[in-house]
Design a protein. Structure first.
Length: 368
């Protein structure tokens, strides 16, 4: 077996260990520091269930500050809610053989709250811990208070470490993800336009569609976390939600283009419009890449020479295509795909102009 084959097998078998990930190492360091601080304070304060402070510090530690703030808030509220419900049901007079009634009521009430808002999903667990006390002689009220204090301590430690130890802000991660999406969309468009003349690589296109969808989903979460940072006055700047929404619209229009280019055009249609759409596709793909570069560099977007002229050419060619009576003989399905492609390209132009504005806003913030 050659060395290259061995390296390939190692890369496939150990993908997480084979690739060096500085962001992952920074995250691991923050988690370790938060856990050790929580452990030390739990021992120093002789907390009865100090392990909950350590567990909470680890859970709260997310990839960025906004995520840590969100996790700490949700865990504290869910814990306080579950502990409160656990204590309240102890006020219901039942005999020793019917303690399960209290447990069922606490779990049912807290689970109902979770059904209304999944952010409080730790509430049922806290209610159970409050009622099933592991130490004899400890009241439900004392267990509830201890639980809340330990969660509050662990959450505070997690947030403080996130703010002070190699802090990572959601906005920065969001910018990288959106830039990745834009480059993926540029690759999608190149595959789409080749599909006008020859069978395209549908496997590669499908992979780009799926990965860009996952990136958009992750970006939406980062935008929410970025909003949390802004609410805490840790980050300033424009709404991250608008950047994600506009990028999603661009992606949807490119999927429309993919559907319109699923099969090669016949020679009579390709001769009239193929070269024009090739040129227009290259222009749009280049602009998507330029947007990604501008976003990462923290500057505004510079439009390519001939941007407007390329779309004027689209209108001229489509007008000539409609005026050509010989095209009336083309199949209806083909005509539908041609006009759908033209419509999607016009929509892309409008959405890219909107995206330019969103990137300019972020560029100004990063420059400032």
């Amino acid at each position: 077996m050659t060395m290259e084959a061995i390296r390939t097998r190692l890369r496939n078998a150990l993908p997480l260990l084979y690739r060096f990930n500085p962001a992952g190492l920074r995250f691991a360091l923050r988690v370790v520091i938060a856990a050790l601080i929580a452990y030390g304070l739990a021992r120093l304060l002789a907390l009865p269930f100090g392990y909950w402070a350590v567990i909470t510090a680890v859970i709260v530690m997310q990839g960025n500050i906004g995520g840590s703030l969100k996790a700490a808030r949700e865990r504290f509220i869910g814990t306080a809610l579950g502990a409160g419900l656990g204590f309240l049901v102890t006020l219901i007079p039942v005999g020793p053989d019917y303690q399960w009634v209290r447990l069922a009521l606490a779990i049912g009430a807290s689970a109902y709250v979770v059904s209304l808002d999944a952010r409080f999903r730790v509430a049922p667990i806290t209610a159970i811990i409050t009622l099933i006390v592991p130490q004899p002689g400890v009241s439900a009220l004392a267990a509830a208070i201890d639980r809340v204090i330990e969660i509050l301590l662990g959450g505070a430690i997690g947030v403080i470490v996130a703010l002070t130890v190699l802090p990572e802000r959601a906005n920065r991660t969001l910018v990288k993800r959106i830039a990745t999406v834009l480059r993926q969309l540029s690759q999608m468009l190149a595959i789409d336009m080749r599909g006008l003349h020859e069978p395209r690589d549908d496997a590669a296109l499908s992979d780009l569609i799926e990965t860009s969808r996952d990136q958009i989903k992750a970006s939406a979460t980062l935008a929410e976390e970025s909003s949390g940072e802004q609410a805490a006055r840790l980050t300033r700047g424009p709404s991250a939600d608008a950047l994600v929404r506009t990028t999603r619209r661009v992606r949807v229009n490119l999927i429309m283009i993919a559907r319109a280019t699923r099969e090669p055009w016949p020679p009579e249609a390709d001769a009239q419009l193929g070269k024009m759409f090739d040129s227009l596709g290259q222009t749009i793909a280049a602009h998507l890449s330029a947007q990604a570069d501008a976003l990462e560099a923290g500057r505004g977007v510079e439009r390519e020479d001939g941007w407007e002229a390329a779309f004027e050419t689209l209108e001229d060619h489509m007008a000539a295509f409609r005026a050509n009576k010989a095209n009336d003989a083309l199949p209806t399905e083909l005509m539908s795909r041609i006009f759908s492609l033209a419509f999607a390209v016009r929509q892309v132009k409008a959405d890219l102009a909107d995206l330019d504005d969103r990137i300019d806003e972020f560029g100004g913030t990063q420059r400032g």
